[in-house]
Ligand binder design. Structure first.
Ligand SMILES: [Zn+2]
Length: 130
């Protein structure tokens, strides 16, 4: 009889969690919908974004041209991710693991950034939450 090692234990789940269970598109969609609950609008003037090309850029977090004011913002303007070098997916994983009180080193290795980056985000998130 072959002895099988148990699979799917917490260590296995954590090792694959970041890559498999947090889809980039799902995370981006969630993050943006959270900031634009009434749908895509210009973060500068509030004009509705309905042009298909502008909408595509909006959801891809690329610059789009606002039909109302002519500015070329990204959907992340005015959000935690404005000017940030991490993706919505990485931010969601960071928030999730901070909420679970994971240590900074574990979060850093799961997200694929430095411990210093995680420390900086933790401080920023704490500050914003107050
Ligand atoms: Zn505008």
């Amino acid at each position: 009889m072959i002895h099988k090692m148990p699979r799917g234990l917490p260590h296995d789940v954590m090792a694959d969690m970041s890559a498999l269970f947090f889809d980039e598109e799902v995370c981006t969609d969630w993050f943006i919908r959270h900031h634009y609950p009434a749908g895509p609008v210009c973060p500068d003037c509030g004009a509705d974004i309905s042009n298909p090309q502008a909408l595509q850029s909006f959801w891809q977090l690329s610059r789009f041209t606002c039909p109302g004011c002519g500015s070329q913002p990204r959907a992340t303007k005015g959000t935690l991710l404005e000017g940030a070098s991490i993706t919505p997916r990485q931010l969601i994983i960071i928030c999730w693991m901070i909420a679970l009180a994971a240590d900074l080193t574990t979060i850093a290795s799961t997200v694929g950034v430095t411990t210093e980056t995680i420390r900086s985000w933790r401080d920023r998130l704490t500050e914003v939450a107050q």
